[in-house]
Write a protein that binds this ligand. Structure first.
Ligand SMILES: Nc1ncnc2c1ncn2[C@@H]1O[C@H](COP(=O)(O)OP(=O)(O)OP(=O)(O)O)[C@@H](O)[C@H]1O
Length: 292
């Protein structure tokens, strides 16, 4: 099935809905904001064509095609095991690390085929950063966690590292909380702070795409709200693709939504439209919590 999402850049992203969790089960307040994102022809940041993915004999993705626009948040939703994480990991070739897998189809980032022979996968992962469900800081200082990627990439000059670390922590909305204890262990931070540190670590290599696999699912409501606010701020500069099981979160943070089911991309569109008028009964049933 082929699905294209385009969103206009005529409109700046609108202010995020402050609707409380629980009071707006379909997130329609939030969707109302996103409805200013309209269909238009904008060059896709990520274009996926006819993607199939197998783990051994198990087909995890079937014929997935989608265009993901720049500087927007695209949410991937769908029941457990439908292929969301597999799809996400295909975008920066993290699936390459798993044995006995097979990918067919094409993924373009900035119109470059990321599976073309000769692709520098290390460079790709710098451009397309990833944040995981469970924060995974290294057992190192806060500074060293953020400086890790730039150091691996060859930056050794301390003033340059200082600048990258400050910028990345500020972008991840963590600088003010940690600026006086950069030499302390990252493991002393709270769960929410650790997740923002992992976002800072991803930002330190200067990516323009951020892949987030359920980045707030292990966090308390206050930390979740901070991450959602952060996502909203980051989309001004970054293309964000986020997997979430939380429909209200998808409605609050995303401009566009892609609904996966059994490895297929069943429906894509502007989040506001999908949450208020889903095109398939399966989508309606899923976003209304009838299964999943
Ligand atoms: N490393 C792996 N090896 C073998 N099969 C895998 C592997 N990872 C995922 N799968 C299988 O691929 C299919 C899609 O899994 P995937 O994790 O992409 O789904 P998901 O929608 O992200 O699920 P969830 O919401 O539960 O995280 C499932 O059948 C899963 O069992």
């Amino acid at each position: 099935m082929t699905s294209n999402i385009h969103s206009t850049v005529d409109h700046e992203p609108t202010a995020r809905s402050q609707s409380a969790v629980g009071s707006d089960p379909l997130g329609q307040d939030a969707c109302a904001n996103a409805s200013q994102t309209t269909v238009n022809d904008v060059a896709a940041k990520i274009e996926v064509r006819d993607l199939d993915f197998h783990y051994g004999a198990v087909r995890a993705l079937s014929n997935v095609s989608i265009q993901i626009p720049p500087r927007r948040v695209t949410a991937l939703i769908g029941p457990s095991g439908c292929g969301k994480s597999t799809f996400l990991r295909s975008i920066n070739r993290m699936n390459d690390l798993i044995d006995d897998t097979r990918l067919e189809g094409t993924i373009l980032v900035d119109q470059q085929d990321i599976y073309a022979p000769g692709t520098d996968v290390v460079e790709l992962r710098k451009q397309v950063g990833m944040v995981f469900q469970k924060s995974n800081p290294f057992p190192k200082s806060i500074f060293d966690n953020v400086a890790y990627g730039p150091r691996v990439a060859g930056t050794r000059h301390r003033p340059a590292l200082n600048e990258i670390v400050e910028r990345s922590l500020a972008q991840a909305a963590l600088w003010d909380e940690v600026k006086d204890r950069l030499d302390e262990s990252a493991l002393k931070l709270s769960g929410g702070q650790q997740q923002r540190l992992c976002i800072a670590r991803a930002l330190a290599t200067n990516p323009d795409v951020l892949l987030m696999d359920e980045p707030a699912s292990a966090l308390d409501p206050a930390s979740t709200a901070r991450i959602e606010d952060l996502i909203f701020e980051l989309k001004e500069h970054f293309t964000i693709v986020i997997v979430t099981h939380n429909m209200q979160q998808a409605a609050r943070v995303s401009d566009l939504t892609a609904f996966f089911f059994n490895g297929e991309l069943l429906e894509t569109g502007v989040t506001a439209d999908m949450f208020t008028a889903p095109k398939t009964q399966k989508t309606a049933d899923y976003i209304n919590g009838r299964f999943g």
